[in-house]
Each structure stands twice: as C-alpha cells, then as structure tokens.
Design a protein around this ligand. Structure first.
Ligand code: H2B
Length: 103
C-alpha cells in the first residue's frame, strides 16, 4: 500500500497518475468524476466510498450530482499536499467503480 503522508513530488504524482486513467489534479486535489446511468447507482456508490474512507481514515470531498459522483482529495495533515494516501484511496475506489456501473 502507498500510505505515506509525505507530500509527493510533481514527478511522483505524474507517474502515479499515468496508472490511474480518468484521475487528474485540479485545484491541488486528486480528482475524478464518475458517470452513471441514473441517480441511485451514483448515490449508492457514495456509501461504498464512505466505507472505504472510514477504513483508511482518509476522506475525500464527495460531490453527488444527478448521475455523476466527483471525488476530490488531498491530505490535510500534510498541509493539503497530495500524498500516497490520496492515491491509495483513488486505487481502492477504482476497484469498486465498475461494480457500481460507474464510468
Ligand atoms: C484522525 C483522522 O484520521 C484524521 O483527522 C484524518 C481524517 N481524514 C483525513 N482526510 C484527509 N483527506 N486528510 C487528512 O489529513 C485526514 N485526516
């Protein structure tokens, strides 16, 4: 697991992003918007993401739309830098996304 809470360098972020299609950095946060066919599957994924976040002790900003769910995360305890823990959360969410019909 990539659980370090040291700030990652730009190069380290770039290398990790290359392995996470759909994710990018915007406004200092690691972010991705998932799309769904309807609202309820998007809402259901919120609960699953929240469970993962509680397990990791690490929490993104979650924005639920009609058929979209956006995650945006950095590490508050690292001065709002992007860390390995942010990427750990992103990878864990990627593992469940397809099962929720997210694309
Ligand atoms: C004590 C608790 O684990 C910390 O406050 C956690 C909670 N969730 C967190 N989430 C994020 N994104 N950054 C943090 O630094 C953070 N800290």
């Amino acid at each position: 697991m990539d659980a370090s809470v040291d700030p990652l360098t730009d190069k380290e972020i770039e290398d990790r992003l290359a392995e996470l299609p759909g994710w990018s950095v915007a406004d200092g946060r690691l972010t991705r918007t998932y799309s769904f066919e309807r609202h309820l599957p998007a809402a259901a994924m919120v609960v699953h993401v929240a469970q993962i976040q509680e397990e990791l002790g690490h929490h993104s900003q979650l924005t639920l739309g009609y058929n979209t769910l956006t995650l945006a995360v950095n590490t508050h305890s690292a001065g709002n830098a992007i860390t390995g823990l942010d990427f750990t959360l992103a990878r864990r969410v990627e593992e469940i996304a397809t099962g929720h019909g997210a694309s």
